[in-house]
Ligand binder design. Structure first.
Ligand SMILES: Cc1ncc(COP(=O)(O)O)c(C=O)c1O
Length: 394
């Protein structure tokens, strides 16, 4: 066998999103790409804001020497300083540059955090539905992901979480606004969660860290604001990126921010920096750090996402689908008519519509639709959505 048996197993279970994407590619090759309505991938299709391109040109034209060298593993001081100032303003806490580690996207940041926190066999609580990569990331570092169901509104269920906490529980990963549900936790929920984690940290004599994965923080609708996770609980690590805020996922830039109130702050920050290095990231992309440092207050104009959300919600509601209106991110997570997500996603495929079964996100009976596609695609898929629903559920 040329590869490890472990990675072979992981490859077999790798992801429903990939599987649907591959099936979609086959359908597109057969019918032509413009005849297939593909809602599988959360790949932002909007262009970055003009300020990003201006800054990119400026930085790329800078004749100063040494701009492409290695740097401290935590990232450029100027970038960390700019982020610390922005975070201090937003969260009313005194962030310092040493509280920040620039990473290769939120994905890199999550791996760095888990590497720093987990001993083999340590457990990480993951509320379902979840971003499927969390399970791989926990496994990457010898951790065990313990999946805990949320309620019917995808809100945290503290009773269930309470039953899942054990002496080996090291962290809980939350993601709000959420992929795949589009829902987000309000300030009261986070406050209760903070009390809950404080209680359980005390019980087992070591902190259970809250890892808040927030790449969709600025993609919220109807003027909503995402409450501060740092206000809710001291032992919090924020992991985020510019992938969605600036629509630059291919550039791989994100960061970790450690709460100034976190237990073991100094040692924890040292561990994150070492993890960033020895996982082989070394440091986050230099060019992007320079481009983004002056743009910490710039975000994408999300009007196109907001319009698509309106249109998609109207189409699904008119066809009789049951779903919660997304408050943020760019996903809809409706109930699968007939109850079986696999059969329903297959019925959609017969209409040349591609979605992802909910079981890929830890919640069977639902399916995910990503609206990172033009309004014309959503509109053109409307009759197919209506027919698929009628065929399955009558
Ligand atoms: C919930 C969630 N976390 C993390 C990521 C990874 O994002 P990044 O491009 O910043 O690595 C994604 C990407 O889709 C995501 O949806």
């Amino acid at each position: 066998m040329a590869i490890s048996s472990h990675i072979r197993t992981l490859m077999q279970n790798s992801s429903w999103i990939r599987r649907m994407f591959e099936e979609g590619a086959e359908l597109k090759a057969r019918l032509g790409a413009d005849r297939v309505y593909d809602f599988t991938l959360g790949n932002p299709d909007l262009e970055p804001p003009p300020r990003f391109k201006e800054e990119l040109i400026k930085v790329a034209s800078d004749p100063s020497p040494g701009l492409h060298s290695y740097m401290p593993n935590a990232g450029l001081l100027a970038a960390r300083q700019a982020l610390a100032e922005m975070l201090s303003r937003v969260h009313h806490l005194d962030f310092k540059p040493h509280d920040l580690v620039l990473t290769c996207g939120a994905a890199g940041g999550l791996n760095v955090v888990l590497k720093a926190l987990l001993d083999p066999g340590d457990e990480v609580l993951v509320p379902a539905p979840f971003f499927p990569e969390y399970l791989f990331y926990a496994d990457n570092h010898g951790g065990v992901a313990r999946v805990v169901e949320t309620d019917h509104h995808f809100n945290l269920d503290l009773n269930r979480l309470s039953k899942a906490v054990r002496p080996r529980t090291r962290a809980l990963i939350i993601n709000s606004p959420n992929n795949p549900t589009g829902q987000m936790y309000d300030a009261d929920t986070l406050k209760e969660l903070g009390h809950f984690l404080t209680h359980h940290s005390g019980r087992h004599g070591r902190p259970v860290y809250l890892i808040a994965d927030e790449p969709y923080r600025h993609l919220v609708y109807d003027g909503a604001e995402v409450p501060s996770v740092f206000a809710a609980y001291p032992n919090t690590l924020l992991v985020t990126s510019f992938s969605k805020d600036l629509s630059i996922p291919g550039e791989r830039l994100g960061y970790i921010a450690v709460s100034p109130r976190a237990a073991g702050r100094g040692e924890l920050e040292g561990a994150l920096v070492l993890a960033n290095r020895i996982l082989g990231f070394v440091n986050a992309p230099a060019l992007m750090q320079r481009v983004v440092a002056p743009l910490t207050d710039v975000t994408l104009d999300i009007t196109p996402y907001a319009r698509r959300r309106e249109l998609f919600c109207d189409i699904l509601a008119n066809a009789g689908y049951k779903f919660l209106r997304p408050k943020g991110a760019f996903y809809l997570f409706p109930e699968a008519p007939g109850g079986d997500d696999l059969s329903f996603v297959a019925a959609l495929k017969e209409e040349d519509i591609l979605g992802v079964p909910g079981r890929g996100f830890g919640r069977a009976g639902y399916f995910r639709l990503a609206f990172c596609v033009p309004e014309s695609v959503i509109q053109a898929a409307a009759p197919g959505f209506a027919r698929a629903k009628e065929k399955i559920a009558g």
